[in-house]
Design a protein around this ligand. Structure first.
Ligand code: FAD
Length: 463
């Protein structure tokens, strides 16, 4: 549209926004994008990427211990938190520059500014104190950790954002929450030698995952020394004269720690952006309401990624961006497909999962077959580590379609990515059975579980 400064203006330079801006610019569209903090967004700056680097860092003590069974003598190891933080910073700065360069290289214009919508075609760039006009506007402002203002002493607590950049590694930490971010950080801090307590109000960590994975991960984490208090919440947090924190948890127990981290959910970034002023519809949870094509109730305004609170994962934000491009600029309306999304929890051991949990499958199908194996991974035979691996397939008894695949153990995330292909393709257990194993691997178990461990018929476990 010649009358506007841009064909597309994107607000938010994270996973979804950068992808949409880059691809639209490469199509020859006039594209502007505004990022108020750092290009790369949550995933690159304070999410997936630094998290995975810290997971690697935290795994070394177990590797050193496991090496003994293989004949190695490892001198006493020491760890320097500041080195890890500095090296992480260097890597994310490198990625940040690549993200920005990719947009500009494709012909887009990247601004460092907070942006607000003042009219359906007008965006105000606060740092530049000027307005720009655009035919289409895409909101990709992501989310942030949910605060807990009702908790007395909440001002002493940190969130995942701060956890990455603590000046010092705490000696003891309490983490409140039971989702994947809480669980991953509990494993990271424990692996780095921090006395770690996880406090979760639910009955078992990681709701929405298969119950077998949840229970077995819980047990394994406890065996490693992580304290997990379920059915529990913090009631207050107080600063002590020595600078440490006391936290009262349900049941009257007071934990003395150096940090309390809250990981109790994430909320969409929609405030102070002028959205009410243009009548943009929100959902009950404060996310931007969109139709199946990511279009808001204002015709030329779209929203993707965490700000829409559909599935809060980086590949989902990127997929939604690509579908948006097809719909808005290629005349090929494409709705994002949110079915059968593989995912990982980078706990220790790791979870990799795709498709329906046993409990969800039982609700939808009258006859379910469960194939389940637990075993000691080969690498732990000589290391002596007392840790089991779990593999589980959930199969529809009538069609033999594999509905869910759930793994706990080394490299489970990598396996989930590959399992996502047969599950997405709707392949059956017979296809798994016809597939030759790769030996010796842990993954071979997935194609060698020939007989169901048990069935669930009309909700009743049989056999
Ligand atoms: C600790 C943690 C670990 C995670 N681990 C994983 C993982 O392992 N795998 C995975 O798939 N996902 C993971 N995620 C989730 C993933 O990071 C998000 O799903 C993803 O980043 C969402 O992308 P997005 O584009 O919607 O938003 P974001 O990446 O959050 O980007 C939004 C951007 O918009 C900017 N912004 C906000 N408001 C404005 C404004 N008004 N003007 C200008 N700019 C604005 C923000 O500064 C931000 O940079 C993790 C998240 C966290 C917090």
């Amino acid at each position: 549209m010649a009358g506007y400064d841009y064909d597309l203006f994107v607000i938010g330079g994270g996973s979804g926004g950068v992808r949409a801006a880059r691809v639209a610019a490469a199509l020859g569209k006039r594209v502007g994008i505004a990022e108020e903090y750092r290009y790369g967004g949550t995933c690159v700056i304070r999410g997936c990427v630094p998290k995975k680097l810290y997971v690697y860092a935290s795994q070394f003590p177990e590797h050193f211990a496991d090496a003994a069974g293989y004949g190695w003598t490892v001198p006493e190891a020491s760890f320097d938190w500041q080195t890890l933080v500095a090296n992480k910073d260097r890597e994310i700065s490198r990625l940040e520059a690549i993200y920005k360069r990719n947009v500009e290289g494709a012909g887009g214009e990247a601004f460092h500014s907070r942006a607000m919508i003042v009219d359906p075609h007008v965006v105000h760039l606060l740092s530049e104190d000027r307005t720009v006009t655009s035919d289409q506007i895409l909101i990709a402002t992501g989310g942030r950790p949910a605060a807990h203002p009702a908790l007395p002493g909440h001002e002493h607590c940190i969130f995942s954002n701060e956890a990455f950049d603590l000046k010092e590694l705490p000696k003891a930490i309490m983490i409140e929450g039971g989702g994947y971010i809480a669980v991953e950080f509990a494993n990271i801090f424990h692996g780095l030698g921090v006395d770690t307590t996880l406090v979760y109000r639910g009955k078992e960590i990681l709701s929405r995952f298969d119950m077998d994975l949840r229970r077995m991960l819980h047990e394994t984490m406890e065996k490693k020394g992580i304290k997990i208090l379920c059915h529990s919440v913090s009631e207050w947090v107080r600063k002590r004269p020595d600078g440490r924190l006391d936290a009262l948890v349900s049941g009257g127990k007071v934990l003395t720690v150096d940090q309390v981290m809250l990981a109790i959910g994430r909320i969409p970034n929609t405030e102070n952006m002028g959205l009410e002023g243009i009548g943009l519809e929100m959902t009950k949870t404060g996310a931007i309401a969109v139709d199946e094509y990511s279009r808001t109730n204002v015709d030329n305004i779209w929203a993707i990624g965490d700000v829409t609170n559909r599935v809060q994962l980086t590949p989902v934000a990127i997929h939604e961006a690509m579908c948006f491009i097809e719909t808005a600029f290629k005349g090929n309306p494409t709705a994002p497909d949110h079915e059968t999304i593989a995912t990982a929890v980078f706990s220790q051991p790791e979870i990799g999962t795709v498709g329906l949990s046993e409990d969800d499958a039982v609700k939808r199908f009258p006859d379910i077959e469960i194939y389940r194996a637990t075993f000691r991974p080969m690498r732990h035979t000589l290391s002596g580590r007392d840790e089991k691996m779990l593999m589980k397939l959930v199969v529809d008894g009538a069609s033999k379609k594999v509905l869910g695949a759930h793994i706990l153990g080394p490299d489970a995330g990598e396996m989930a990515q590959l399992l996502a292909i047969p599950l997405k393709a709707g392949l059956t257990k017979d296809d798994f059975d016809r597939t030759m194993a790769v030996h010796p691997t842990a993954a071979e178990e997935l194609v060698t579980m020939y007989k169901p461990t048990y069935r669930v018929k009309d909700g009743e476990r049989v056999g």
